[in-house]
Design a protein around this ligand. Structure first.
Ligand code: CTP
Length: 397
């Protein structure tokens, strides 16, 4: 954070006061803040308080000729290491998504080639409106990163998602984006979630994977600076922010997405891939024929994605598999590592009594050439962080 410059765009919302606290946190950490206040933003916080806290001039109007003489909006948009929009109102997000440039803030957001982090804040109904969600989807595709919004009581008296993330959370997201971690410059592929194998257009075979562990691993790798491609089946938990998400349904789609994402420095295959698919899946909905006879499903084996990547031509330097077992966990997992040809296997006991499948905690054994290492039971986030650190250490050795 030391020596970095943040261009902070303050939109017009009741939460704009929190941006003053954010400025203090950034300055205390050694960052410089160039503030830009939209016309609506100036209705909620004064230019004087913003510039006093930032210790710099506050930019407010595109057509301020003195500013244009000192520093044009194009240049202003380029001098920062990161642009932060907080609060990002529904209107500002809409302008960004459409590429409009009718005031200083929207113009510099259009003119910039710098990374943008937006912290949305708005009424819950505005947040959930299809138009806002459409704009968010577009902005995500454009590479804009998001922090928040939080859920809770709102100034307007309603309850739900739409509250500006707390300044500390915005600060953490900023430092994550700015500080180069040990995996900066590395591309890591993560698979996650279950796969769905169709029986007919409305039915499928699946498993109980929530995608929680794979999602936590992708986030932990991202936090260490990696560029993460996250190939996910239909998971229960939302995909992490700040990673490239590729959504698939079946094992065969997952294999194709994984192959398309290579080359990578490392691959972590946390997906619970269905071993079998229905060979005689029906193109139309299967009907009862009235005789009480169950339909005879036939199965074919799915491709083994982990084995095929481990043995393929574009093999990542480090391939990590998972082994979900219910008995003889370590022995089965060690055999699986050799059979599939991966470097490490993260083994866990998914017997219902452990509460691991779908739960928040995990107890794993890391198996490699060097032997096996039992980690104490901890949260899936903590397992993810520890694994990400081990991956960073392995890639740098
Ligand atoms: N895996 C995969 N493709 C498959 C099946 C599994 O890539 N078709 C990967 C999983 O992502 C995981 C590892 O292989 O990293 C182990 O998965 P698991 O289901 O435990 O192993 P299986 O291959 O099903 O072996 P077994 O039937 O012996 O349990």
């Amino acid at each position: 954070m030391q020596g970095k410059r943040i261009l902070l765009v303050i939109g017009g919302g009741i939460a704009a006061y929190k941006s003053l606290l954010l400025i203090r946190l950034l300055r205390a950490a050694g960052a410089a803040v160039t503030p830009v206040l939209t016309r609506a933003g100036a209705e909620f916080v004064t230019p004087l308080s913003v510039s006093a806290l930032a210790g710099e001039k506050v930019y407010t109007d595109l057509f301020d000729l003195t500013d244009e003489a000192e520093m044009g909006h194009i240049q202003l948009s380029r001098v920062a290491d990161l642009i932060v929009v907080a609060p990002a109102t529904a209107d500002l997000l809409a302008k960004m998504a459409q590429g409009r440039a009718d005031d200083l803030a929207s113009t510099l957001l259009l003119a910039t080639d710098t990374a943008v982090l937006a912290a949305p804040a708005m009424n819950v109904r505005m947040w959930s409106h299809a138009a806002t969600q459409r704009n968010l989807a577009q902005l995500r595709l454009d590479g804009v990163q998001f922090v928040g919004p939080d859920e809770g009581e709102m100034a307007c008296g309603e309850f739900g998602p739409g509250r500006l993330a707390e300044p500390e959370a915005i600060f953490a997201a900023i430092s994550r984006l700015l500080d180069a971690g040990p995996l900066t410059g590395r591309h890591i592929l993560v698979t996650s979630g279950p796969t769905h194998e169709p029986i007919d257009p409305v039915r499928y075979i699946a498993n109980r994977s929530s995608g929680a562990q794979g999602t936590a691993i992708a986030a932990a790798l991202r936090d260490l600076g990696a560029a993460v491609t996250f190939v996910t089946g239909p998971a229960l938990v939302p995909a992490p922010e700040g990673v490239r998400v590729v959504r698939v349904e079946t094992a065969r789609e997952m294999l194709a997405a994984v192959e398309a994402a290579l080359p990578a420095d490392a691959a972590v295959m946390a997906a619970a891939v269905a071993d079998w698919r229905v060979a005689n899946a029906s193109g139309s909905k299967m009907k009862k024929d009235g005789t009480g006879k169950a339909p005879a499903l036939e199965f074919s084996e799915n491709p083994d994605i982990l084995a095929s990547i481990s043995k393929g031509d574009t093999r990542p330097a480090l391939v990590v598999g998972f082994a979900a077992e219910t008995d003889q966990v370590e022995a089965h997992a060690a055999a699986k590592r050799l059979r599939k040809g991966c470097d490490w296997i993260v083994a866990n006991d998914v017997s219902p009594s452990t509460g691991i499948m779908g739960g928040a905690e995990n107890a794993v054994v890391l198996i490699s050439d060097a032997g096996s290492e039992a980690w104490p039971r901890m949260s899936k986030d903590a397992v993810a962080r520890r694994l990400a650190e081990r991956i960073a250490a392995a890639l740098s050795s």
